[in-house]
Design a protein around this ligand. Structure first.
Ligand code: ADP
Ligand code: MG
Length: 182
């Protein structure tokens, strides 16, 4: 398996709206720390968000995690999809339909990737408040999003409607630094 040296900081978007979504997201956060050659660094608070997409469906729980990884991007995506599968992700429904767990590779350091099955930065990143707001809980405001601008600029241009914090931040193991607000 390809291994990056030095490790890369990747940001992962988490979402769930079926089968106890808060529990799905909390479990997934713990499981991210178990991904090979990777360590969970930070997790945003959880947010409750109104669904987007073509079908009526329950509200989502969303969060963003910072993962330091030595996996190459394709291997990391494969690990994320394996985690989605473990949560019973059904891929037969409509795109953007309800799901037990969605894990998106939002950013992989400053990489720009345009492969058929993997685009980084995630193509929807700039349009989704439920990604930008929790990302800004973790990342510096002046973080460069390759090809798109600074995080603060994307955030300012994106309406925050349909999103509210669920409650206080997710407790993490003592070894993981607490989330930093920007
Ligand atoms: P979305 O996450 O946009 O709501 P899906 O989860 O249904 O939509 O999309 C899954 C597909 O998106 C997968 O086939 C995967 O290969 C592809 N994909 C492309 N780029 C990424 C990325 N950066 N992170 C996660 N999946 C991606
Ligand atoms: Mg996805």
């Amino acid at each position: 398996m390809a291994v990056e040296d030095p490790p890369v900081l990747a940001y992962i978007g988490l979402g769930a709206n079926l089968a106890n979504p808060e529990e799905q997201v909390r479990r997934a956060i713990a499981e991210l720390d178990q991904v090979s050659a990777s360590q969970l660094r930070q997790v945003s608070p959880l947010y409750l968000t109104a669904p987007l997409g073509p079908v009526a469906q329950p509200d989502y729980i969303n969060a963003v995690a910072a993962l330091e990884t030595r996996l190459a991007p394709a291997a990391l995506l494969a690990a994320l999809q394996a985690l989605e599968d473990r949560h019973g992700r059904d891929r037969t429904g409509v795109r953007w339909g309800p799901r037990t767990l969605d894990l998106d590779l939002l950013l992989y350091g400053q990489a720009v990737i345009a492969a058929p099955g993997l685009r980084v930065p995630h193509p929807e990143l700039a349009r989704r408040a439920f990604v930008l707001v929790p990302l800004a809980d973790l990342a510096p405001a002046d973080l460069a999003i390759p090809g798109l601008g600074r995080l603060s600029e994307l955030l300012a241009a994106c309406p925050r409607e349909g999103l509210r914090p669920l409650r206080a931040s997710v407790p993490l193991a003592a070894t993981v630094p607490a989330p930093v607000a920007c």
